[in-house]
Ligand binder design. Structure first.
Ligand code: HEM
Length: 450
């Protein structure tokens, strides 16, 4: 047992450790550290010990087998919870277990299937707004589209009049969460900085909208139509249901967790398509042969294996949740090193997905890796957590099947009508925060009608 020492890792400055290198380029710094020091790397930052864990077996050990000894990281518990309250992403222990059971009623295969047409309708609505030949910001457009999908599936039609306000409130949350000093330093919300004022106003506005929608729905139940109905109907074995505050927290969580991630998956996939003409040609050939010009539906999901492979490969190269953070709750040991309570654990799909032991030529965009094998075969050929864009263990993404269906249908619905031509300087460069967001003005593309 190697009780007193740490695994190797980059050396940093006194007190602040490697914080400056991390803040300057989080992905580049962690990736270079893993390459230099191996699959268990120690990084000291701001007086804390971080362990970057990059071997799939070790990740499985911690996220799956020892999951009861870890909890969500400090940023999630302290800062993200200001927006999400005690929703599924931020809650822990008994509350999380109870809520996971209840929220899963909203994500049964039958329910997910029933959202397919809504997803395609949202795509058609968004496409109507794009003028042929116009240049626009792909990230903004995809975020609008996936927010529309979450709103339509969560609240059926009710949010039409408030959609603009919800979109605005969420963009303010994102501005706060994406590396703002106020969030990083966890400044009290009553400090009068302009960003905190905007943030608390957006929280009030979002709460007002959600509590109104929940009250209206309680007064007039509409069995089975949308996710909110499922959440309202969800009933635990002991007969308990969610109260309004818990419903509010789960709704905000689904809004935030459900739209930005899928939007980024689409941005990355369309970017990769635009820069790989041969893949784009096969993509279009599949759309033509399967759909022949008609709108996609649930039945087409399984009939679009190449589109699915493109998406899986984009999620491999550019996983929207590029790093998962945890904190050690009870003493743990890994490869003879003692991980003490309060140590921070980092698991990065971005880094692990570039391990050439599992993905030959890891930097190459090759959807064919996934295509040759059926879903189950390709996943079983890999160690369980060599590919984990949706996380793993008990906290795995509850929306993963919803997201795959949504992303494939939206790619098909958009891709059969439009081809994107990237504008100069639209390389994929990131300004990673909680998610892998495009840097600066984002990805600009010209939409050509087909
Ligand atoms: C491509 C799209 C998506 C990606 C890449 C993604 C990724 C992830 C990841 C990696 C986690 C685990 C985080 C952790 O362990 O710390 C997660 C959790 C979660 N995701 Fe997703 N997600 C996507 C879409 C969605 C959608 C569409 C929804 C809902 C409509 C959703 C709802 C959630 C929720 C509620 C959790 C928390 C689950 C729990 O802790 O029990 N996600 N997601």
């Amino acid at each position: 047992m190697n009780q007193s020492t740490f695994p190797a890792g980059p050396s940093g400055y006194p007190v602040i450790g490697c914080f400056p290198q991390f803040v300057r380029d989080p992905i580049g710094f962690l990736h270079a550290s893993a390459r230099a020091y191996g699959t268990l790397t120690h990084v000291r930052m701001l007086g804390r010990d971080y362990y970057l864990v990059s071997d799939p077996q070790d990740i499985e050990e911690l996220l799956v087998r020892q999951s009861n000894k870890i909890r969500k990281d400090e940023f999630t518990r302290r800062t993200l919870s200001r927006v999400l309250g005690k929703g599924l992403v931020t809650s822990e222990d008994e509350l999380w277990r109870k809520q996971r059971r209840l929220v899963s009623f909203a994500f049964t295969p039958v329910r997910i299937r029933s959202y397919a047409d809504v997803m395609v309708t949202c795509a058609a609505r968004e496409l109507q707004n794009w003028r042929a030949g116009s240049v626009f910001n792909l990230h903004e457009a995809m975020s609008r589209l996936t927010l529309d999908v979450v709103a339509a599936t969560l609240f059926a039609a009710e949010v039409d009049d408030t959609a603009r306000q919800v979109a605005h409130d969420i963009s303010v949350f994102n501005e706060y969460l994406a590396n703002s000093p106020e969030a990083l330093l966890n400044l009290p919300l009553n400090l009068p900085t302009p960003r905190l004022r905007r943030f608390t106003a957006a929280l009030r506005s979002m709460d007002g909208i959600l509590f109104r929608l929940i009250a209206e729905r309680r007064a007039q139940p509409q069995a089975g139509r949308d996710l909110l109905s499922a959440l309202l109907e969800a009933c635990d074995a002991d007969g308990t249901r969610m109260n309004d505050q818990q419903l509010r927290d789960e709704c905000v969580t689904l809004f935030i967790a459900g739209h930005e991630t899928t939007a980024l998956a689409l941005v990355h996939a369309f970017h990769l398509l635009a820069t790989h003409p041969e893949v784009e040609r096969r993509f279009r050939a599949e759309l033509t042969s399967v759909l022949g010009g008609r709108a996609p539906s649930y039945e087409d999901f399984k009939a679009l294996p190449y589109t699915t492979a493109i998406l899986k490969e984009s999620l491999r190269l550019y996983p929207p949740v590029w790093v998962l953070g945890r904190e050690v709750k009870e003493p743990l040991s890994l490869h003879g090193y003692a991980l003490a309570p309060s140590a921070q654990l980092l698991f990065s799909p971005y880094i692990v997905h570039r391990d050439s032991r599992y993905f030959p030529e890891p930097e190459a965009f090759r959807p064919e890796r996934w295509e040759a094998l059926t879903d189950t075969q390709s996943e079983t050929n890999l160690p369980k957590l060599a590919y984990f864009p949706f996380g793993g263990g008990p906290r795995v993404c509850i929306g993963n099947h919803f997201a795959m269906l949504e992303a494939v249908l939206l790619m098909a619905a958009v891709g059969q009508q439009v081809r994107f031509e990237l504008q100069p300087r639209s390389q994929l460069q990131f300004s990673p925060a909680v998610t892998l967001r495009p840097k600066g003005s984002g990805v600009l593309a010209r939409a050509h009608r087909l």
